[in-house]
Design a protein around this ligand. Structure first.
Ligand SMILES: NC(=O)c1ccc[n+]([C@@H]2O[C@H](COP(=O)([O-])OP(=O)(O)OC[C@H]3O[C@@H](n4cnc5c(N)ncnc54)[C@H](O)[C@@H]3O)[C@@H](O)[C@H]2O)c1
Length: 367
């Protein structure tokens, strides 16, 4: 088992990464001296697979857990579902000393974390992420929240968990498409922060796709270390944390304009990272051979690198980019790469160049 610490003063916490960790959930919670009553929030796909093991482990360690199921999928990440969770917490008499376990992917983690941040003005919570995306990204860093009809993640908070427990064995039941989507975030860490890690990924991709435990544990640990380093320097996204958005400007816009559901988040940001790599070639000196390496790794990971963007669709994309909550004063700014392993945020780019890297008809071709 590997342990990564997120150093945030008195809110510091550990991320445990390994195999067969779920049966030890209760004893890890006991070490944190959490109250006896707790709730495991999970979704209707994950609960039947891992709910029993989580609840049994908590009971064995002397806790009194209740299992709360929410619907699976992005549409569950909304206030109505949050309210239903509050009602069940009240029914089970959770108190200030009680805690919540988020057992599932990023949807469950974001929603259960928001419930924990707000119920009784905040109770403890533990993340047990069961998707690759949640293990390398959403469970670490303390962003919790839900969607509104007006857009994704518009209501939320920064609220750190007490512990993150990543059991790589849970990835065995994850649909392959979801696993590959998570790889897009894994590759991102190499591009934004760690060239040797990117090289290792290039070499180990087949073992990763085979769910080789040793490689999974090493890769997930490195991603968590990088996210922990970034978050501990900039917990509330005032500066450095922006680098985590590499590929997300176009990615989010694609998700919003294609109708949520066409692309998984990881697929949209794979296309977004490829476009950002193209822009980096123009603006910040990323070499042509490095752009090709980025293309090759996404292709080998089975991820999309292009999307068909017509002229009307491009207008919608630009509008969506302007509406993104990370935009300030209506100006679209990108995180671009100087080389693999080093990025710079806040780069202004022209619409023409965005159109060219997306191969929009009538704008000339990409470089
Ligand atoms: N808080 C953050 O910092 C942050 C960062 C990135 C993404 N997110 C959020 O994360 C969400 C996406 O997360 P996700 O990709 O994990 O999606 P998800 O939670 O919807 O999970 C994907 C699907 O896989 C199923 N599933 C989960 N674990 C499984 C397992 N082990 N076996 C079988 N099926 C399993 C789920 O039921 C779901 O149907 C989005 O809402 C996004 O906004 C948050």
């Amino acid at each position: 088992m590997r342990r990564v610490t997120v150093p945030l003063g008195e809110r510091s916490y550990s991320i445990l990464i390994g195999s067969a960790l779920l049966p030890g959930l209760g004893s890890e919670c006991a070490k944190l001296k959490l109250g006896r009553r707790c709730a495991v929030i999970s979704d209707t796909r994950v609960a039947p697979k891992y709910g029993k093991a989580a609840v049994a482990s908590l009971k064995n360690a002397g806790f009194d857990p209740v299992l709360i199921r929410i619907p699976a999928g992005e549409t569950a990440k909304r206030l109505r579902v949050v309210e239903r969770c509050y009602d069940q917490l009240a029914k089970h008499r959770l108190e200030r000393s009680s805690f919540i376990v988020a057992l599932g992917g990023g949807v469950v983690g974001d929603l259960a974390g928001f419930v924990a941040a707000t119920y009784l003005r905040g109770i403890d919570f533990v993340q047990v992420p069961t998707t690759l995306l949640a293990q390398v990204d959403s469970s670490v860093g303390g962003k919790v929240g839900v969607n509104l009809a007006a857009g994704k993640n518009l209501v939320g908070s920064f609220y750190q968990p007490r512990l993150v427990l990543c059991d790589v064995d849970t990835l065995r039941t994850l649909p392959q498409r979801e696993f590959r989507a998570g790889l897009a975030e894994v590759v991102k860490y190499g591009i934004i922060y760690d060239a040797p890690f990117f090289e290792k990924l290039e070499a180990n991709l087949p073992r990763l796709l085979d769910l080789d435990k040793e490689v999974l544990i090493e890769v997930i640990s490195r991603c968590c270390e990088i996210k922990a380093e970034v978050v501990s320097q900039d917990e509330r996204e005032g500066g450095l944390r922006a680098i985590l958005n590499f590929g997300h400007t176009i990615g989010h816009a694609l998700e919003a304009t294609s109708g949520y559901g066409k692309y998984l988040h990881g697929e949209a940001i794979s296309i977004g990272q490829m476009a950002a790599a193209g822009l980096s070639n123009w603006y910040t000196g990323l070499s042509g051979s490095e752009v090709r390496r980025v293309w090759t790794i996404f292709k080998k990971a089975g991820l999309p690198v292009t999307s068909r963007v017509t002229r009307p669709k491009f207008r919608k994309l630009v509008e969506a980019m302007r509406l993104d909550k990370k935009v300030s004063d209506g100006e679209i700014k990108f995180v671009l790469a100087k080389r693999i392993g080093e990025v710079i945020p806040g780069q202004k780019v022209s619409e023409l160049h965005i159109a060219r890297v997306l191969n929009v008809p009538g704008y000339g071709s990409g470089k």
